[in-house]
Design a binder for this molecule. Structure first.
Ligand code: SAM
Length: 321
């Protein structure tokens, strides 16, 4: 860990174990964050091996550049979404002709969650923002709450938050929001939490195991950053660019993301997708990958004790065949 960035990399040993970085091999880190996974790779693939890293958040990039200054001649950081993976790699083809492994450590870092001004958390007050890229992206969580239609709010609360009271909450927000817009109030996380609690008639949150606003905050974060769409978009690119024997590691932090990864890996590893009652195979499907982890890998108890935020992580690995 470094002093600027407090995020503790999750499942670090396991990532290294699965990617098996060797001297001279090149890797991609799709989610640089505080640079922990990238650093572990750079420690092993020197003196010639390189890492291409993507990161949307300029603050994270700054902190990582400082942390990884000793490796700057072997590290390429791109301040863009990892969905640009294939296109950006093509530009760097001479530097990185073969990519031996790719890691995506999805979601957000502790630093983003802990900084009130980023608006990810309902624990401290700050603008309801939630953008990973707060320099270039315009749409914030407040924009969604204040301008999206009732149907769209219901949809994201249901699909991205798995919130059973999606309709009630969306209807309540629509009812009250015109007065917030009229007053041109700066819409903050604690205001939004009060709105949620008000609509649900909750006075005391102590009796809830998870805070009643958790699912709505998750839904907004996923919508603002198009997180699920991005994962769906990048997985095929990642498999395509890997050579035979190359590996892809994905760490997810909630079931919606993990479901996408798990299904896609399973589908790509399948040899036949004919209906179960088909007498002979007519699909001619060939497996593109083999699953190295059939069941997702979870952090050990020791890791969870050291880093409570790792508790929901799940890691899956495939190898191109
Ligand atoms: C869990 S953190 C990564 C931590 C990192 N592995 C480490 O060891 O420090 C996830 C990071 O991915 C970034 N991120 C999320 N979606 C992204 C995307 N589509 N493209 C690039 N970076 C993204 C976030 O800004 C965040 O910094």
């Amino acid at each position: 860990m470094n002093s600027d960035y407090q995020h503790q990399s999750v499942l670090l040993e396991e990532v290294v174990q699965f990617l098996q970085p060797q001297s001279g091999q090149h890797f991609i880190d799709g989610t640089l964050g505080g640079g922990g996974h990238t650093e572990a790779l750079l420690k092993k693939n020197g003196p010639e091996g390189k890492v291409l890293a993507f990161e949307l958040d300029q603050r994270a990039i700054k902190a990582s550049e400082k942390r990884l200054k000793d490796y700057q001649d072997r590290l390429f950081i791109i301040n863009k979404s990892y969905v640009n993976l294939k296109i950006e790699l093509e530009k760097l083809h001479t530097e990185l002709p073969v990519i031996q492994g790719i890691i995506f450590d999805l979601g957000l870092s502790s630093d983003q969650l802990d900084k009130a001004d980023r608006g990810f958390s309902f624990k401290d007050d700050g603008p309801l923002d939630m953008r990973f890229d707060d320099q270039n992206q315009t749409l914030t969580a407040a924009d969604i709450v204040l301008t999206w239609s009732e149907d769209d709010l219901i949809k994201i609360f249901r699909e991205y938050g798995e919130e059973p009271k999606a309709r009630r909450l969306a209807t309540g927000i629509i009812k009250y929001r015109s007065s917030w817009i009229k007053q041109k109030q700066k819409f903050t996380t604690s205001m939004f939490v009060s709105v949620i609690l008000g609509i649900l008639h909750i006075k005391n949150t102590a009796r809830f195991k998870t805070h009643p606003a958790t699912r709505i905050f998750q839904a907004l974060r996923i919508a603002v950053n198009e997180e699920l769409t991005n994962v769906k978009e990048v997985l095929p690119q990642a498999i395509e660019i890997l050579p035979v024997g190359g590996r892809l590691v994905v760490i997810s932090f909630h079931s919606l993301e993990d479901r996408i990864v798990k299904r896609y890996f399973k589908e790509q590893a399948a040899t036949c997708i004919c209906p179960i009652d088909a007498p002979v195979c007519i699909c001619d499907k060939e497996a593109k990958v083999k699953r190295i982890t059939k069941k997702g890998i979870k952090p050990t108890e020791v890791e969870v004790k050291k880093n409570w935020r790792s508790r929901s992580a799940i890691l899956r690995v495939i190898e191109k065949i």
